[in-house]
Design a protein around this ligand. Sequence first.
Ligand code: 5GP
Ligand code: ZN
Length: 114
Amino acid sequence: MEDCIFCKIIKGEIPSEKVYEDDKVLCFKDIEPGAPVHVLIIPKKHIDSINDITEEDTKLIAYIYLIAKQIAVKLGIANKGYRIVTNCGKEGGQTVSHVHFHMLGGRTLKWPPG
Ligand code: 5GP
Ligand code: ZN
């Protein structure tokens, strides 16, 4: 996906503060943090949104949660608690069309979000 900023981050064409990387996923700090800990976990495979996930992606999405819990330990928020959220579409607040999982923590989070 040529114009996708997250694909460019994966390729290293746009710099990012990486927290974790392997062959399937990348995790990096959000450029506009909404909490003391705010990282984005993304699959290296370009998928536009949750609406575009297919059955072949189910292992990948589950894997993201497995990695997420490890990242939570690494960032020191596992025991205190954190939130993982994915925005989908315009009304869901999605601004980047490459599916991503926000991990937010480091403070008490309000519910429901705005
Ligand atoms: P969305 O609004 O689609 O749920 O989340 C997109 C997130 O990507 C936003 O929180 C935004 O701050 C973050 N973001 C957008 N562009 C960049 C960028 O170039 N680098 C980083 N690290 N984060 C970005
Ligand atoms: Zn992409």
